[in-house]
Design a protein around this ligand. Structure first.
Ligand SMILES: O=c1ccn([C@@H]2O[C@H](COP(=O)(O)OP(=O)(O)O[C@H]3O[C@H](CO)[C@@H](O)[C@H](O)[C@H]3O)[C@@H](O)[C@H]2O)c(=O)[nH]1
Length: 468
């Protein structure tokens, strides 16, 4: 292959257009470069024009179109968005593959978000390798797989004898532990997108952003049921926080919000180690004004320091209390969550249990108070509390996520105290942090899977002849 002599094969990486989806693909790309793979990240024109992308670590960036170059992802009509992305995305990705290949960088593989299986058709038309990428936990994907196969049926009901759902590859689950898209009837296109992931039967590889040891039963089960080349490659967290093998890899390099890092770090520095409750609900969750108030009083009454991320769109819901910006509490609109979790100052993370936040807390050994809102977060909360035992769950009054029920201030206060003042969740968090780090160092489970893929791709590239 022309270009850098060390590059032995070339991957085009195509993420879906949402923060929780493109950071894992970007981070996985960084792991491929030391393994002699050239990577071109194909962002939509809208994302490319609106976001700060500071991709270093040798990643190349180019663009395709989702058909919405001026507006991007349309949450109000996700079905129309997906259909347009399928048509326009496939055409523009085809053009990009031709352009790259004619400019001396023949493309050997497309790695794409598994919710967009139409990119596998593009790969197959060129006779190149297709690799689908799952951004959520393996347990969550196993549940969706059961739904597709009909072993879980909607509407979902518990086994009356067991009182729970007994599902192969998974611990006993309540209905409210399942991803809510299965039972809430509010997110039909999101459910469709998750089920679409299993239209990747013809893919040469399927990667999952998890760690084998975290969910080995679910990984083994899904590998047996679905695809032999189903591999765990996570966590997709900058190397600096794990193995420190990639010198430039200190941050995600792409963000939709501006972090107030200096303010956060200055405030944190003045606090004792392990004394701060960090609160964040990710990039999408929207708490009701009442839930925001309950959370505020839960934090205040726990009497611990707190650093609370409240996105600009949510600020109006905050109570007007001076306590929010002072010695005891600090509210910011965004921060570098990794830096905060790794600072040593955080004793507990109050989280909505998005998969990236969950993996970050597990990797950095920070115990959690789980307050899931909807979707996969409910299943992640179950694993945090009952499987990894690295946190407690603040139960809403109806037992579901906070999109439906309310978590009272007394419950929040009790959960924070339990994690901040107890030993067990911290001990388990330390244990899982070590296990995860072992998976990414040379020869660890995730590193080995990434190495196998890179080696196989280099072998493929040696004999591949590009033809339009
Ligand atoms: O102040 C902040 C707050 C968050 N983050 C980062 O933002 C990301 C948030 O991701 P995640 O925890 O996965 O939450 P969402 O943004 O809500 O992600 C969506 O996508 C995820 C992956 O599919 C799903 O697991 C979630 O349920 C879904 O809401 C993480 O990497 C955080 O480090 C920051 O950098 N600074």
């Amino acid at each position: 292959m022309a270009g850098d002599e060390r590059e032995k094969a070339h991957c085009l990486v195509v993420p879906a257009a949402a923060q929780g989806h493109f950071t894992p693909l970007l981070q996985f790309s960084k792991r491929l470069i030391p393994k002699r793979i050239r990577v071109t990240l194909a962002l939509t024109r809208f994302i490319h024009s609106t976001m700060t992308v500071t991709a270093q670590s040798g990643i190349h960036i180019d663009t395709i179109s989702d058909g919405f170059d001026h507006s991007g992802l349309i949450l109000q009509d996700p079905e129309h968005y997906s259909q347009t992305f399928r048509r326009v995305g496939s055409e523009t990705l085809t053009d990009l593959i031709r352009k790259q290949s004619e400019s001396r960088h023949p493309v050997h593989c497309i790695i794409y978000d598994a919710s967009m299986p139409w990119f596998l058709d593009v790969a197959k038309r060129f006779g190149i390798v297709g690799a689908a990428f799952l951004t959520q936990s393996c347990a969550v994907n196993a549940i969706y797989y059961h739904l597709r196969e009909g072993t879980i049926k909607r509407p979902v009901v518990s086994d009356p004898a067991a009182g729970t759902l007994v599902i192969d590859g998974l611990p006993p689950l309540e209905v409210s532990d399942l991803p809510s898209f299965i039972w809430d009837d509010l997110h039909t296109e999101f459910l469709a997108a998750h089920l679409r992931q299993f239209s990747n039967d013809g893919a040469d590889w399927v990667f999952c952003n998890t760690v084998y040891q975290l969910e080995l039963e679910a990984v083994d089960w899904l590998t047996k049921q679905w695809l032999i080349n189903f591999r765990t490659i996570g966590p997709t967290i900058p190397s600096f926080y794990l193995d420190k093998q990639i010198p430039d890899d200190k941050d995600y390099d792409i963000s939709i919000f501006n972090p107030q890092n200096q303010t956060c770090m200055n405030w944190l520095q003045s606090k004792p180690d392990g004394s701060v409750v960090y609160v964040s609900f990710g990039s999408l969750a929207r708490l009701s004004p009442q839930q925001t108030e309950e959370l505020y009083f839960g934090l205040k009454n726990s009497n611990h320091y707190f650093l609370w991320v409240v996105r600009e769109s949510e600020v109006a819901k905050l109570p007007k209390e001076e306590y929010l910006s002072g010695e005891k509490g600090l509210v910011v609109s965004w921060c570098s969550q990794l830096q905060v979790l790794a600072s040593g100052k955080v004793g507990c993370f109050v989280t909505h249990c998005g998969w990236n936040s969950t993996l970050e807390a597990l990797s950095l050994g920070v115990p959690m108070v789980a307050m899931p809102e909807c979707g996969d977060q409910l299943t992640n909360a179950k694993f945090i509390k009952d499987v990894w035992k690295t946190g407690v769950r603040a139960e809403a009054d109806d037992g579901k996520g906070i999109m439906w029920g309310m978590i009272k201030r007394e419950v929040i206060e009790r959960c924070i105290r339990e994690v901040m003042e107890g030993e067990e969740t911290r001990r388990n968090a330390d244990k899982w942090g070590k296990i995860i780090k072992e998976a990414v160092v040379e020869g660890g489970s995730s590193d080995k899977n990434t190495e196998d893929f890179a080696t196989s791709l280099i072998n493929f590239a040696e004999t591949f002849q590009f033809s339009c």
